[in-house]
Design a protein around this ligand. Sequence first.
Ligand SMILES: C[S@@+](CC[C@H](N)C(=O)[O-])C[C@H]1O[C@@H](n2cnc3c(N)ncnc32)[C@H](O)[C@@H]1O
Length: 245
Amino acid sequence: MSAQYDQIGDKVANWDVLPVRSEYMEGYTLFKALGTVKGKSVLDVACGDGLYTRQFKERGATRVVGVDISEEMIRNARRQEEAQPLGLAYHVSDVADMPLLGAFDIVTAVYLLHYASSPEHMLRMCRNIHAQLKPGGSFVTYAFNPEFSAKGPNSTRYGITMLDFPEVPREGQTISAELHTKSPFTIHFSYWSRSTHEQALRAAGFHTLTWSRPECSPEGLTKYGHAFWRDYIDNPHAVALRCER
Ligand SMILES: C[S@@+](CC[C@H](N)C(=O)[O-])C[C@H]1O[C@@H](n2cnc3c(N)ncnc32)[C@H](O)[C@@H]1O
């Protein structure tokens, strides 16, 4: 499933323009869960073409490294680094197999854990992430919401729609989502419950797991209005999760 990003690399860049991906919703929620990155070292896993990797550096992080399984996504990230150098380093690797890259203050993963192919794969990812953190460091992830409901709103206006989402999803069930960019595309990933995530994270050594639902920034509320966001806030497709080492 993760190889799909080698095929859709350029379309993913378009995804960044959608309301749900904007700094008003996803970015706002992620950075709120993260706190300041100024003066901190950050490893951004499943970094894709480096959307957040670059932002961490621009917000004052010291050493910033990105890792992604897709050669195409890393090629795009490196192209942007060449065009506007920020001092970012990128590596191609499955997070479950990545080598030790250092001792970081923070590891981030925006849209990774639902690409685990099994609970064992998720555990290997979490162990590897844990190993890259300094004692007292934090792992902050933003990924598919295990509590997304087939009964809740699933509006196309945010830019992402779950396709045929089951009423009671099974562990490991394939979920598909359509992204309504200029050239729409469909992504596939696996359903893992909250407890599967928590078991893997705790077994890897993390404690104090804090889930947070997406929130809209004051600017996003002004720009789009409360009514626009209501359905998404009621049934968000993603959630943030912060874990301490
Ligand atoms: C939706 S993209 C998000 C990219 C980036 N975090 C962002 O928000 O722009 C998901 C990324 O996860 C990567 N990915 C999926 N499974 C992975 C794995 N096992 N190890 C590393 N990267 C993985 C994909 O190649 C893809 O680039």
